[in-house]
Design a protein around this ligand. Sequence first.
Ligand SMILES: [Zn+2]
Length: 119
Amino acid sequence: MTISALKVHVRVNGAATLICPACGAVRNVAAERYRHGRHSITVRCRCRHVYSILLDFRRHYRKKTNLPGTYEILSEGGVGGGIIHIINISRSGLGFTVSGLHRIEKDRHKTSNVGGVAS
Ligand SMILES: [Zn+2]
């Protein structure tokens, strides 16, 4: 039998959410104590299923998402705004698509604020 480890992201507060692959039970664990040790731990669920997880301590975890919202150009000389669709997000930034006419260029680094994001 092969046990493949599930990758679990550890949040900034050191907590990790484990989901049992057998029954779907959600469990939160304090993973901080594993940060400087081994990252692979074995968990026994209340349904008695035993599974392995691999703790991911990466700081900038990029999470796929699907959030519609609006944006506004705040930089000097910029005007307008429009509809934005956020497709992934991490602590260091986000990926998005915009529709309509805009002057946002790809791969251009700029400081911007995104407002009005609906959840
Ligand atoms: Zn379970």
